[in-house]
Write a protein that binds this ligand. Sequence first.
Ligand SMILES: NC(=O)CC[C@H](N)C(=O)O
Length: 344
Amino acid sequence: MLADLPPAPHRISTGSLPGWDEVDRLVIEAHAYAKASTDGEIATYIPRLAAVDPELFGVSVAEVDGAVHTAGDAEVAFSIQSISKAFVYALVIERLGHEAVRERVGVNNTGLPFNSVVAIELNNGHPMNPMVNAGAIATTALVPAASAEERWAAIQDGLSAFAGRRLELDGEVYTSEADTNQRNRAIGTLLQAYGRIDADPLAAVDVYTRQCSLLVTAADLAVMGATLADGGVNPVTGQRVVSASVARDTLAVLASTGLYERSGEWLFEIGLPGKSGVAGGIVTVSPGKGAIGVFSPRLDPAGNSVRGQLATRFLSQALGLDVFASDVHQHGPHPYSREKGGTP
Ligand SMILES: NC(=O)CC[C@H](N)C(=O)O
């Protein structure tokens, strides 16, 4: 097992974005490019979400030096929904550590929709990963607190620190989901039946529902993501929110699970860790460089914003962010290269 070996030394690679003007121009261009699409459907299973204007569309990029670029409706608030899972997960690893959370919640993709009960049954009650509802409810229940109210306060404070401003609850979205979330309550209770959750599962589902109802903008998402890109320090406020290793762990999980059963397709097209939510937000992180926040309510069948994906793909390519892309090394062979014998 990987965990049985002592940690090996590692180096953190760096790189930089194009200049401010170029990033600004490309954010506006990405917005114009993706606006042409009217594909997808807004989420209606949470009744309040069905009332949103489907044309809303905002794009933002936040850089690790604190610069924030915006286009369109980047300052319009919407509920964070599943994107909260990424940041609550980071807060929990920060408190409990890499190993404990890996074991309790898991890091492997289920290949099934975010609210799947079958995935829990197929895996002997293991929630599998923190980006599906089962794993997210289990993660929320792990936030160290003496009561559900204290747990909620820790989450609201923690997510606000990622955003660099106080995030408030959308009471209507919360009530609308709380009245209709029988499925999430069933998931919480099923986890309890499997002994995978210690806290009161229905109280944990309630805190989870509140965290999903926090209001953010596309610009907030960009700053929250840029905090994960910046070794855990919010580049706008300068506040350390989580450690660099926690930021790294969170991004590794997002890379394989952030867009549910379409996570493979996302990584193939965009080449970056990201997390989507059913209100239409997506955050995408480029480690060491910055993050993209997008908002547009029309979704693909897995629940991911269609325009959001298009704008993010545009920016990943135009800003050179894809972590799998490389170019030929420009400086001729290394003096110890294989042709020269491979040794000094
Ligand atoms: N995919 C999502 O954004 C889902 C979040 C939503 N609150 C739910 O639990 O159903």
